[in-house]
Design a protein around this ligand. Structure first.
Ligand code: NAD
Length: 344
């Protein structure tokens, strides 16, 4: 297939590029390049066959020429970024994602894999896990944009156009653009660089966790599956075993770093994003999907990265190179980006 991957120059992008290239597909990457400079030396980056440097707000019909499947990841990709300017979040994540779907359908693209998020379930009763039929209660602009795009794509689904929604859990792992604004990556970095695993909340919130390579595998399965298996279907992406309370993830990391303590600072209190997710559907109904990672192994991978980068400090890891919001703010302060996040 010829596959158009939007947002390929982000955190998950390198895993998606490698996975689709290894499967023999021709890959076109499309990204505006906010994080282009954050490529980490020494990490594998498999380039796409072709690259379109473009903002998704400026997509054109010709971007979809000959494309069989779209993997749509581009956007403001977490709550802190989404809060920067909520109108902009709706413009980029919702309106432009909807238009991306419309243009793909008009161009005859038959498969549209949309990177959604488990955060659309919002606050949940943590005594039970939420499955794909659970009520959606998005709290933030980011999560609301995911609901809106799922709804739009579901409306335009047709015999020739099959959208599929991957509701990804919180990601962890190392790619060519590593991030430390993610809970497991951050716990590992605090443990390694500061010798103290810092939990900013009270440690009790639940998080469903998933490795970026398993997300990429899910995207490949969704793109290759028989139409009937995925047409307008939502799948929670992750594993039942990887629902964790943050304090328990910290304990896993702590065991791997002798002499390192765990500090619960409580500075952000409890939080309103605590939820557990049911992954039964994806394990039985997405053909070929077999997750290969778990939090234990993921922590090993992240700590290995820290060991290979032991010249860094925690301050480096909390800088614009690894924290998305800081990179965007750096580009804004240097007037490289306008307030609407278009390149100046
Ligand atoms: N990382 C997670 O934990 C997680 C969890 C659930 C869902 N997701 C979803 O997966 C997708 C990828 O996430 P990620 O972690 O790789 O994010 P990321 O922020 O690292 O990458 C997003 C990419 O999109 C590009 N982009 C942003 N706005 C754009 C625009 N207007 N035009 C063109 N390109 C633009 C950025 O330059 C960046 O390369 C996102 O849709 C995100 O919402 C991520």
């Amino acid at each position: 297939m010829k596959v158009l991957v939007t947002g390929h120059l982000g955190f998950i992008g390198p895993s998606v590029l490698r996975t689709f290239k290894q499967a023999g597909h021709t890959v076109v990457g499309l990204d505006t390049g906010y994080f282009r400079d954050n490529l980490c030396a020494g990490e594998e980056f498999v380039p796409p066959d072709m690259e379109i440097v473009k903002d998704i707000r400026a997509l054109e019909p010709s971007d979809f020429d000959g494309v069989d499947a779209v993997i749509h990841m581009a956007g403001l990709s977490n709550d802190p970024l989404g809060k920067l300017n909520e109108n902009l979040t709706f413009d980029i994540n919702l309106s432009s994602s909807n238009r991306c779907g419309d243009l793909a359908k008009e161009a005859g693209v038959s498969r549209f894999v949309f990177f959604s998020s488990c955060s659309l379930y919002g606050v949940a009763d943590t005594s039970k896990s939420v499955d794909e039929t659970a009520p959606q209660a998005p709290v933030t602009a980011y999560a609301k944009s995911k609901v809106g795009t799922e709804d739009h794509l579901r409306e335009i689904a047709s015999d020739e156009f099959s959208p599929v929604f991957l509701r990804n859990a919180t990601c962890y792992g190392i790619s060519a653009r590593p991030r430390f604004d993610l809970v497991l990556n951050s716990l590992c970095a605090y443990g390694f660089y500061e010798k103290e695993i810092k939990i900013l909340s009270d440690g009790t919130p639940w998080r469903p966790m998933v490795h970026i390579d398993d997300v990429a595998q899910a995207a490949l399965c969704a793109a290759e599956a028989p139409r009937a298996a995925i047409h307008a279907e939502a799948f929670n992406i992750g594993r039942d075993e990887d629902n964790y309370q943050i304090k328990d993830m910290a304990a896993i990391v702590g065991k791997k770093l002798p002499g390192v303590s765990v500090a619960v600072t409580g500075e952000t209190g409890g939080d309103d994003r605590s939820y557990r997710v049911d992954f039964t559907k994806v394990s039985g109904k997405l053909p070929g999907f077999t997750p290969k990672w778990d939090v234990e192994r993921g922590a090993d991978q992240i700590l290995d990265w820290c060991r290979r980068n032991d010249q860094l400090s925690m301050a480096d890891v909390l800088s614009y190179d690894f924290i998305r919001l800081k990179q965007i703010n750096k580009l804004l302060e240097a007037s490289k980006l306008n307030n609407d996040l278009h390149w100046a």
